[in-house]
Design a protein around this ligand. Structure first.
Ligand code: FES
Length: 168
């Protein structure tokens, strides 16, 4: 069913937090604190379908200051280099990743995997084997729209040190 389909081009992003679930995300709702979202598309009858039937569709959104988001984030798939969307499913064992309580990126509550959302969610600590996957988005009025599938990368790097070496 369509609520289990992955995010599709043309879907809009809506809040996942229970108190606001289904409300369209506004770019102005976002900051450097994680906001979770679901993609929402159309059902067969044209009604809105929140794609939360598959827990792997949960997304993590951030809005940083211009210039703070750098490679390996794919900047063309962000909104103005400021708003970025990632899968919020840890690449280690699938837990939902949260903001680090130390204020340095994201941290997984299950086994302390750490990711840097300003650098393509490259792994900066713990056991995750790969970065969190980036989802291409664009502005849609005050909101956000999906423009493509999750970005598939060969990930020649997995951890921060490998990424730094790969850049050279
Ligand atoms: Fe995230 Fe293990 S599931 S670190």
């Amino acid at each position: 069913t369509r609520d289990k389909m992955p995010p599709l081009k043309g879907d809009i992003l809506v809040h996942a937090e229970e108190s606001k679930e289904g409300q369209p995300i506004k770019i102005s709702d976002l900051s450097d604190q994680l906001v979770r979202a679901w993609p929402m598309g159309k059902g067969e009858d044209g009604s809105n379908v929140i794609r939360k039937g598959d827990p792997n569709n949960i997304l993590a959104l951030y809005r940083f200051k211009k210039g703070e988001i750098v490679a390996p984030t794919v900047l063309e798939a962000t909104v103005d280099g400021e708003v970025v969307a990632y899968s919020d499913v840890c690449t280690h064992a699938g837990c939902s990743v949260a903001d680090s309580d130390q204020g340095d990126g994201m941290k997984c509550p299950c086994h302390s995997g750490q990711y840097d959302p300003k650098r393509g969610c490259v792994v900066i600590g713990g056991p995750p084997p790969r970065p969190l996957t980036q989802l291409p988005i664009k502005a849609d009025g005050e909101g956000l729209m999906v423009t493509d599938f999750f970005i598939k990368m060969p990930y020649p790097y997995q951890h921060e040190a490998e990424w730094e070496a790969f850049k050279k």
